[in-house]
Ligand binder design. Structure first.
Ligand code: PSU
Ligand code: MN
Length: 316
């Protein structure tokens, strides 16, 4: 497996699966990985635990087992207990945001943190979970006004290029350069599928103005693509599921919040991994919570779809 080998394996003492997840995997029943950064850094305390509980329920309703992933006290956990979920969601925990490169240090040094799409994908794959639901993918950041570009390209993209997981998301936020992100995914040979859409979605909005390379219309079609791709390549697959129509944000409100948020980040000199949480917080406070409702609706829809696809993959 060379450089693509997972950091840790299910046999490692640094990875602990819940008994429920381990049993489901052993019996080849469907499992859906869920990330923890969207809870700890993407949603405010209080709301985040509600969403975590609803995500868990939605996955179970479709007959799959949810496996939320985080690192606590130097151990990668795949499938969190209620108490562990509460810890991830607690404001006083102030968990670190762990991307792929932070996993080794966190595991070796006894650290704790919430895992991004990149880190969650690596750990899901290490545990043998092939389907993962989230809200938004990281991507290529827009050059902030007055800057020549930041080289801020999420490790989510490089990890997806090397890790055979299906990531179900609602595209990425328009706080990113969506066109550039799609180009990077093409270079990385990651198939990008639009679920019942020809337009690549932009998180709060159903369309980013960029076409999707391939449209799929059923969980069975998604599963067929994943299987065919896995025979050929070790990269991941991205399934873009637009936010449900009734939850889409008003476009003019969205555009105003985005302009304000980018200006705020620029004027405060926010950098690197702190940019996304700072912009999200602006959206949530300045929209009076409307962006939170949208965020919750799309994540739940993605978890539901991921569970259905996991069911199709397990059935064949
Ligand atoms: N996009 C969102 N909400 C989030 C994130 C992205 O709408 O919470 C999180 C995800 O965990 C994603 C990470 O993997 O941010 C990307 O961060 P960065 O750009 O620092 O790689
Ligand atoms: Mn970044």
């Amino acid at each position: 497996m060379g450089e693509d080998a997972p950091v840790i394996t299910p046999q490692s003492s640094q990875l602990a699966m819940s008994a429920e997840v381990a049993d489901a995997l052993a019996a080849a029943r469907p499992v859906v990985a869920l990330e923890s950064t969207l809870l700890s850094h993407g949603l405010p305390p209080g709301r985040n635990l509600d969403v975590a509980v609803r995500l868990d329920r939605v996955v179970r309703e479709q007959g799959a087992v949810p496996a939320t992933i985080a690192v606590l006290d130097g151990q990668a956990l795949v499938g969190l207990s209620r108490g562990q979920l509460e810890r991830v969601c607690a404001p006083e925990a102030a968990l670190a945001k762990l991307s792929a490169r932070d996993l080794g240090p966190a595991l070796a040094l006894g650290g704790s943190g919430a895992t991004t799409v990149a880190a969650t994908s690596l750990l899901a794959h290490a545990a043998g979970v092939g389907v993962f639901a989230t809200g938004g993918l990281g991507g290529v950041h827009l050059a902030l006004p007055g800057s020549a570009g930041t080289w801020d390209v999420s490790a989510d993209l490089g990890t997806l290029a090397r890790t055979p997981v299906l990531v179900v998301c609602s595209g990425m936020k328009s706080i990113l350069d969506i066109g550039a992100t799609l180009e990077v995914l093409e270079t990385a040979s990651v198939p990008v599928l639009g679920y019942r859409t020809d337009d690549f979605p932009a998180f709060y909005l159903r369309s980013s103005g960029h076409p999707v390379p391939h449209r799929v219309d059923s969980p069975a079609q998604v599963a067929a693509v994943v299987r065919a791709h896995r025979h050929l390549a070790g990269s991941g697959v991205l399934l873009a599921n637009p936010i449900p129509e009734e939850s889409e944000m008003d476009e003019s409100v969205h555009d105003r919040l985005l302009a304000e948020g980018l200006e705020l980040v620029r004027s405060r000199g926010v950098r690197g991994a702190d940019v996304t949480p700072a912009l999200l917080e602006h959206f949530h406070t300045a929209s009076g919570g409307a962006s939170l409702d949208a965020n919750e609706a799309l994540v739940l829809a993605n978890a539901r779809l991921a569970a259905r696809v996991a069911g199709e993959l397990a059935a064949t």
